[in-house]
Design a protein. Structure first.
Length: 235
């Protein structure tokens, strides 16, 4: 190799080394710029996050403020409702008036119950008294019937017989007006609630458990049996 060629080779190597150093310098600058840009991005991100956190905190504070205001309003409404329910404190006069009114109403109710009970007891006593009087009159009616049945037609037409008939009819009318009724017997079916069977006979002409004859009349007073009929029952 000649001396000129060697110099050219050295020059090329120097230029190559120069270019290599320039490339390294440019690479360092690029890396520094990338790092700087990355830091800038990081800073911007942190700033945005801080802003978002601030917004969230503001919203939370506003929500808390609204909740507290709602709670205050609800507590005020509750207080108003309680005032409406309980009202103002009653005076002694009002309390005494209410107490006297309640006592008066109770006394009136008790008096009404007492009056109803008394009227019912009076009615029961009257019914018992009337029933006892009717029971004492029935034997007299029986004797009148026996006496009239024993008279002949001539005696019935006599003044004594007519007087007895009139008295008997008058007593019978009085008992009917009081609510006394005669219990039906002959031809009716035997009913132990109204009839008292003292004799039984067999009769083909009569049905089963039919009253054949009456020995003594029975009476009822307002639906209650005063005296059972004394009867003879067939079959």
């Amino acid at each position: 190799m000649s001396k000129e060629n060697m110099e050219e080779t050295f020059d090329d190597a120097a230029e190559l080394e120069k270019e290599t150093s320039e490339c390294e310098t440019n690479a360092d600058e690029c890396s520094e710029e990338a790092v700087a840009s990355k830091e800038d991005d990081t800073a911007e991100t942190s700033d945005s996050q801080d802003d978002a956190a601030d917004d969230n905190s503001k919203e939370e504070s506003e929500d808390n403020a609204e909740d507290s205001s709602d709670k205050e309003e609800s507590s005020e409404d509750d207080k108003k409702d309680k005032k409406k329910l309980f009202g103002k404190k009653k005076d002694k006069k009002d309390e005494m008036l209410e107490e006297l009114t309640d006592k008066h109403q109770r006394l009136m109710a008790e008096f009404q119950n007492f009056r109803n009970r008394t009227e019912k007891e009076k009615s029961m006593q009257f019914e018992l008294g009337a029933k006892s009087v009717i029971e004492k009159l029935l034997p007299i009616m029986d004797n009148f019937e026996r006496g009239l049945a024993a008279l002949s037609e001539e005696d019935l037409n006599s003044p004594v017989g007519q007087g007895m008939s009139m008295i008997y009819k008058q007593c019978e009318t009085a008992l009917t007006d009081m609510g006394v009724e005669v219990i039906q017997t002959e031809g009716c079916e035997f009913n132990p609630e109204f009839h008292n069977a003292v004799m039984h006979i067999d009769d083909e002409e009569l049905g089963e458990n039919v009253i054949a004859e009456e020995f003594q009349k029975g009476y009822t007073y307002r639906g209650t049996v005063v005296r059972h009929s004394m009867v003879k029952v067939a079959n």
